[in-house]
Design a protein around this ligand. Sequence first.
Ligand code: ADP
Ligand code: MG
Length: 396
Amino acid sequence: MLTESGSQNKKVSVVIIDDDRNILELTSLILSRHGFQPYITSRVHDGLELISSISPELVLLDYMMPDMDGLSALQQIKSRFSDTYVVMLTGKGSEEVAVESIKNGASEYILKPFNNRNLIKRLENVLKIRAIELHNRELQKQQEQLLYEIEHWNLELQKRVREKSEALQRAQEEIAQSEKFAAMGYLSAGVAHEIRNPLNSISLFIQLMGQTTTEPDQLEYQAKILKEVDRIDSIIRKLLDSSRRTRVITSNVQINQVIDSAIEAFSPQIEIRKIHVDRLYRCIPSPITADPTELEQVFTNLFLNALDAMSIGGRLAIEVFEKDGRVIVRVGDSGTGIAMDALPSIFEPFFSTKNRGTGMGLPVAQRIARMYEGSMEVECSSSAGTIFRLEFPACS
Ligand SMILES: Nc1ncnc2c1ncn2[C@@H]1O[C@H](COP(=O)(O)OP(=O)(O)O)[C@@H](O)[C@H]1O
Ligand SMILES: [Mg+2]
């Protein structure tokens, strides 16, 4: 049985439209014998209705019809039923008509009178071509759908990249800002300390001078000097207060949590630059007495440098363990390493090998570590990377 490719049992339907009853009956007989399901009509209008209701695979259309000319009928069928293929039946000696039909969407033309074998062979050919073309059309539809989805994903991806980049930018600015604040705090603390010492001496000597004179003018001048000294002192105090982010509040802090929180702040950069972070927390260490915000600054500054030194896909490893009453943290990166001649200077304020470096990251970090009776040093550095080692006394 002749069936439509892809479906198991359904016969191929053919609508035959011809005003010659003999041709209709004969063609219908031939087609039935060869396994087709023929439908016949002698009017184009009825034919169009038939096509609309049964959606046949093929139409055999006579070119010369009384109720509509063949070309118009062909155009209507092709424009309304794109899956129905049309074979034109034309009289002998009308090759021009045949060419015109093909131009207007007919798949084949058959010259009347035709013989059985010729008819069936040509119809089978048209069916083969139809199957291939429909399959192609389906593939094209799928391709268009895929292209549409890819385009959609592309836009979604671009949106996500943009959002991530913005988040990264914000995080970077916040971190850079916090490093600057910390640096400013320590700078002013240092300067204040340096100024307050000589200021104390001035105040002391003026008071001594006051005890050795009874001259009213002298006493008045000395009182004025002392007042100015107090003014300078209060200016310095205000400067100190404003540059400190918050007052130092120490508590017993869990260093693993402090490190986690510092890493968290870098997570956009870590993700985008595909940095592998290894947290090698060997134990839950004893707490450390410190201000957690300040302690986090130590790791923030270290991670900033590590990220600067590493390219995409680098590795940042943080190891924590406890030994002889000290909590030890090793921060290792797979970056460029520190040049031998730079090594002795890296903890000096303002020493930087970067174009836009402040040179305050490491000195501030080391100062904070020392403030809590800890230490910070480079354990090793080579072209394979750098390891910083920090030690803090554990709270007992
Ligand atoms: N992990 C590291 N890998 C390579 N070089 C580093 C690393 N950490 C610090 N350095 C070097 O030490 C210098 C000082 O660091 P830092 O005080 O943080 O200042 P900055 O980062 O502003 O340059 C850096 O410019 C860099 O040359
Ligand atoms: Mg730095």
